[in-house]
Design a protein around this ligand. Structure first.
Ligand SMILES: *Cc1c(COP(=O)(O)O)cnc(C)c1O
Length: 717
């Protein structure tokens, strides 16, 4: 084996590294690709397949020699093989039962890397982080999703501040994707509807040790409409949505079967994939001759479900016509009439006026269900108590597993060096354990502050470059462009706010009192500056108005040059932001942020989280590891709640954040602030970590479900 490895050419090794996303969370492998051609690396949006497509093997060999990369390439490749071949893992010890038949993890979006923009926000990035941690832990798991060849969308902001969407097509040949095949060749699956079948090919993506399969309807077997079915994530109307979900759930199970994969457990990440168990039930009935009830009970005992949506209106619901048209053929083979199939998606199966809800279906077809933070667990139990009318709210069988982030993906390289020095050896293989992080206290304040200051400067330089490019695209005056080159003061307290511009996240809360904000921003001793970024859903005009409100502020004195909004938020931009800000602001309308994860990325890098006590922060904040806005109150009247939260936000900034940041010792170090940074990393790093999260899923959901415990929560239609 070793002999063979060294015989591979540089071109071959780099091609193999590029074919598996492992490189994206290995800083040394990433650096190798960058060093091949730093300028081109930016041009191809960090996509090594595209980078390598521009080099002949000979030219690449030459380039590796010029940049003295041979040793690094051999070493990266060696570590890659070691990673893939390692047999002894957390998963092999703690989830051996999944060894023969893996978990199939279904999600409508996966946020793995900026070069594959098939995510819209936190849900997708969470799914991506889940796969990466499952890979690191050696947990047998297969991902199932859709390939959106026009992605979510690319955002531009025009000179009036209005969001413009465009949909540049992705070329699957220039991504690390391959058409999946089996013994009979290329796999094409189909799903019937009342008006014909939808066909899809299956694309394969390697994510470390994890295989992800993405269904793609853009193939000649389909008519024009269905070729576009998987074009866009969350595009189209209810009809598009139900067809995408039919494909994801039913088509996804069929794709696994065509691949010869028989999952032990099905994990539905959000309700989009809730049709999947119905197809498993059909297979059990037809192949094993089980009656419907038995097949349902057996199937549900192996299904687990994670809900992410704390508002009733946020759950997918379909009317009877859409269900009959799309689920009719499947219902026929299950022996269900329309009333029967509708009943599976209704809280009250007898209520003919109730729409078909995907979350209800998922809850009825799973053995284990959870929300994504402790508070969200409480909210979910209340919201779905109607499904278990004979139980008290506390007994509603929905638990919680709080979200976490994949540390190697979000940790800055410079921070990693610091971690490597002070944490125990191979800390990243045990990063979900509390004891591993306790030694972070031994970092000296000066070195932590220096690393943070470097990362902050890196963010400011990035923001200036982006701002200049944006201004040029908008045909701004040369004076405006020149201003952009000098945006921001590297010494000033820098606050970041970036996430989807969904109205409940209230990006505009900080603008409640503009005179007051102006005074904070222009304070000559203790100034503030803000960087915003985020996309509004194309159909969300309210979200776009909020974006416009902030954009207008960036043009207005005295905010110009001190408040910036960056276009086209992505995983890449997210990394710069979460690694470089002093403070990360999050002010959702409680309790609508089911978990949130971006603040967790910030904490790992030494930024401090300043948030409403909602989602993960409600269980993470201990009084000293960041800042809390409000006291966890909610008010029935939304305007009153917004007004109170706005006042609390200003209060925490003026009474806590600003004074602590600017309280310097004689070496100009903010000692109390740095103590908070250290405490945040030590107390939060191990908990709000995707390794810990995936281990919790394995212990609390996957292993029990794989044991096939009998189903206790199904209420039959
Ligand atoms: C982490 C992340 C999110 C999640 O943000 P929240 O503030 O937790 O909602 C959204 N988008 C991107 C690109 C991210 O990386």
């Amino acid at each position: 084996m070793t002999g063979k490895v060294t015989q591979l050419s540089i071109h071959e090794k780099l091609t193999r590294l590029a074919s598996n996303l492992w490189w994206s969370w290995d800083p040394d492998a990433t650096e190798v690709f960058r060093l091949i051609d730093p300028e081109k690396w930016e041009e191809v949006h960090h996509n090594p397949v595209r980078l390598l497509a521009g080099f002949s093997p000979d030219r690449l060999e030459e380039r590796a020699r010029e940049a003295v990369l041979h040793t690094r390439i051999h070493w990266a490749y060696r570590r890659f093989l070691d990673y893939l071949e390692r047999k002894q893992t957390w998963g092999s010890t703690h989830a051996a039962i999944l060894g023969q038949a893996p978990v199939a993890y279904f999600s409508a979006e996966f946020g793995l890397h900026e070069s594959l923009p098939i995510y819209s926000g936190g849900l997708g990035v969470l799914a991506g982080d889940h796969l990466k941690s499952a890979s690191d832990l050696g947990l047998p798991l297969i991902g199932v999703g859709l390939f959106y060849h026009e992605g979510y969308f690319t955002q531009a902001i025009d000179s009036s501040g209005w969001q413009r969407e465009s949909y540049p097509p992705l070329d699957s040949n220039l991504l690390p994707l391959k058409e999946a095949t089996n013994a009979s060749g290329r796999i094409v699956i189909s799903v019937e509807t009342r008006s014909g079948s939808i066909f899809a090919r299956v694309l394969h993506l390697a994510v470390g040790r994890i295989q992800l399969y993405l269904l793609d309807t853009n193939i000649p077997e389909n008519n024009e409409e269905d070729r576009h079915l998987t074009a866009r994530l969350y595009g189209g109307d209810h009809r598009t949505r139900i067809r995408q979900e039919l494909l994801l759930g039913v088509g996804g199970v069929r794709a696994l079967k065509a691949l010869g994969i028989l999952p032990n457990v099905i994990h539905m990440n959000e309700g989009h994939s809730a049709f999947a168990p119905l197809e498993v039930i059909r297979q059990r009935m037809h192949e094993d001759g089980l009656p419907f009830d038995r097949a349902l009970r057996d199937t549900a005992s192996r299904c687990v479900f994670t809900t992410h949506t704390p508002v009733p209106a946020g759950h997918d619901r379909f009317d009877q016509g859409l269900i009959e048209h799309h689920l009719g053929p499947l219902a026929d083979s299950l022996g269900l009439n329309l009333h029967g199939i509708m009943g599976l998606g209704r809280v009250d199966p007898q209520n003919g006026g109730e729409m078909f809800c995907m979350t209800v279906l998922a809850l009825k077809l799973c053995r284990i269900a959870n929300g994504v933070s402790s508070l969200h667990g409480v909210v979910s139990r209340e919201m779905w108590a109607g499904l278990w009318p004979w139980r008290s709210v506390e007994e509603v069988p929905i638990g919680h597993i709080t979200n976490g982030v994949h540390v190697p993906t979000w940790l800055a390289a410079q921070m990693r060096v610091l971690y490597d020095r002070v944490l125990p050896e191979r800390w990243h293989e045990r990063s979900g354990q509390a004891d591993v992080w306790s030694q972070f206290e031994s970092v000296t304040p000066g070195e932590l502050w220096e690393v943070h200051s470097t990362l902050k400067m890196r963010l400011i330089n990035y923001a200036r470059r982006q701002a200049v490019e944006q201004a040029i695209r908008r045909n701004e005056d040369s004076s405006v462009i020149r201003d952009m080159e000098h945006l921001f003061d590297p010494q000033a307290l820098t606050i970041g706010f970036a996430r989807r511009f969904a109205p409940y996240k209230r990006a505009e809360l900080i603008l409640k009192d503009l005179d007051f904000l102006a005074r904070l921003i222009t304070d000559s001793d203790r100034p503030l500056q803000f960087i915003f970024a985020g996309k509004a859903h194309p159909a969300d005009d309210r979200g776009k108005q909020i974006l416009q409100q902030i954009f207008r502020l960036t043009r207005q004195e005295p905010f110009r040059g001190r408040v910036l909004i960056l276009e086209n938020y992505s995983i890449d931009m997210g990394r710069y932001l979460v690694q470089g800000v002093d403070v990360w602001l999050n002010n959702p309308r409680r309790p609508l942020e089911a978990s949130g994860t971006s603040g967790q990325k910030v904490v790992l890098n030494g930024g401090l989280n300043c948030s409403i006590l909602d989602g993960w922060w409600a269980e993470a904040y201990d009084g000293k590891n960041g800042f809390a806005i409000g006291t966890g109150r909610t008010h029935a009247n939304q305007d009153i709640q917004d007004a109170r939260d706005g006042e609390d936000l200003y209060r925490v900034l003026t009474e806590q954040v600003i004074p602590v940041f600017y309280d310097r010792d004689r070496d100009d170090l903010p000692q109390e602030w740095i103590a908070k940074m250290k405490r945040a990393i030590r107390t939060l790093g191990w908990r709000f970590n995707a390794d810990r999260m995936v281990m919790d899923y394995a212990r609390q959901s996957y292993v029990p479900a794989a044991g096939g415990l009998s189903c206790s929560i199904v209420s039959m239609p």
